[in-house]
Design a protein around this ligand. Sequence first.
Ligand code: ATP
Ligand code: ATP
Ligand code: MG
Ligand code: MG
Ligand code: MG
Length: 269
Amino acid sequence: SSRMAKSSFEYVKSFEIEDVLLPNTWIVVRLDGKCFHKFSDDHNFSKPNDIRALKLMNYAAFIVINEFNDLLMAYGQSDEYSFIFKKNSSLYKRRAAKLLTTVNSKFSSSYVYYWSKFFGDEKLKYPPTFDGRIILYPSEENLIDYMKWRQADVHINNLYNTTFWTLVLRGDLSPMQAKKRLCGTVSADKNEILFKEFNINYNNEPEIFKRGTLLIRKTLPDASNEKSYSIIVDTHCDMLKDKFWEEHANLLSIKSSKVKNFYNGPITE
Ligand code: ATP
Ligand code: ATP
Ligand code: MG
Ligand code: MG
Ligand code: MG
């Protein structure tokens, strides 16, 4: 109340620390599940890739993008999601804590809220936790390298995990033996193990496993052609190729549409 606001206690407000982020830089918010190694075991995720879990992550990220017009795109893999705000965003006056906590909170609550939409009868046994951080990137090159870094991480991890779990589940090795077998191997060795011993062509693995998911806004003309509207789509593009960034140059600066967004990705199924 206004009586409280003018009280002699009000000085405590001045203890709050300013956390306004540097202007004119891309704001990246990255969330990561806490102890998802255990969480995935506790909820019977299939190994190495549980598609239900990936779809739930994507859907929770879609809810976040839909909420904040200033979000250009989001990229997710495993138990993490990165959200990229446009350079000139003034959302929450660029206050770091506000941005990080609202994005994390909306994502985390959506993950729980929509759990059964993807997991059906598999019960959520306890509330999951996500940590979060903010990173600022001053140049296009840095931001693109960030996206490449996260996608390269999926590639390395997924090739390892696919080979590891194939050796365990189909090659009858113990986890310890599989780990030993893969120690010191390079990508080509793992591809060869999969192909020669198990007749698996790694290239034919699902794109979502190999590349993670990039959620982007697509602007489409309205049927009447008078105003455009944007939708959010999930893609599994190869962001490591410079060609991708040449063809999607608008991603880094796209003007967010005021018109309502809706989701048409196949991941709602
Ligand atoms: P931290 O709290 O430090 O992040 P963590 O156990 O979450 O610890 P991460 O490096 O984030 O460690 O790894 C996430 C782990 O969650 C993966 O190693 C994998 O075991 C599991 N995981 C996440 N998503 C999936 C999925 N879709 N399918 C199967 N397992 C998954
Ligand atoms: P924190 O305790 O701050 O969470 P972390 O080690 O979990 O530290 P993240 O930034 O969460 O760091 O790392 C996410 C992923 O990025 C890791 O799973 C790893 O694959 C990769 N990674 C982390 N640090 C490095 C690094 N210095 N060089 C290369 N890859 C890294
Ligand atoms: Mg971490
Ligand atoms: Mg984690
Ligand atoms: Mg992780």
